[in-house]
Design a protein around this ligand. Structure first.
Ligand code: URA
Length: 189
């Protein structure tokens, strides 16, 4: 059934709109930014929320943080086409403010459904917001780069590329953490 996964994802996307999840955000955003990439990927990346460029294009991580993410993928021989990428919150928060706890909570069941549809071997959270949705009470500064278990899947919490973009030390930490991905994936397989 080659199309069933895509159908499931399309249904989840429609359901978000039908359920009017975070109506207030939806009204201020250009569009829903659901997710992008390879639905058969072994790795799903989860960011925070769309920014300006993502809101305009309807695709996650197409701005500066996305370009940096693409560069880091290249360092481990991967391309955007090899992964699936989404955000916890699927509408742009006004002025790129941090997503509110209730917004993250409202989108969580849809993110879970998205993960259940894709069935990745590994989940990579980018930044503390998406990490704490799946792994509450952890500090990103303490656990980045350490694989964790979540509902039978492996999660690797990483710093958000936007945080690392203009911070040399953080940038190197993120590159070093990225280098762990192939090894972890090999172990899972
Ligand atoms: N930052 C995110 O967390 N998500 C995006 O889609 C873009 C920037």
């Amino acid at each position: 059934m080659p199309n069933s996964k895509q159908q499931l994802l399309d249904d989840i996307k429609s359901q978000i709109m039908k359920d009017e999840v975070c109506k207030n955000l939806a009204e201020q955003a250009t569009q829903l930014v659901f997710g992008d990439g390879n639905i058969d990927a072994e790795i799903v990346f989860i960011g925070e929320a769309p920014g300006k460029n993502e809101d305009i294009q309807g695709i996650p991580f197409v701005g500066a943080a996305g370009k940096f993410l693409n560069e880091m993928l290249e360092t481990i021989g991967m391309k955007r086409e090899d992964i699936y990428i989404t955000n916890i919150v699927k509408y742009r928060p006004p002025n790129n403010r941090d997503p509110l706890p209730e917004e993250k909570e409202a989108f969580l069941p849809y993110l879970q459904a998205q993960l259940d549809a894709i069935q990745p071997k590994m989940i990579i959270t980018l930044g503390r917001h998406s990490m704490n949705c799946l792994l509450p009470n952890l500090q990103i500064s303490q656990v980045h780069g350490q694989p964790k278990r979540y509902k039978g899947r492996v999660i690797l919490p990483l710093f958000h590329p936007a945080t690392a973009l203009y911070n040399g030390a953080m940038r190197q930490t993120l590159i070093d953490d990225f280098a762990l991905i192939p090894e972890i994936l090999k172990k899972i397989n």
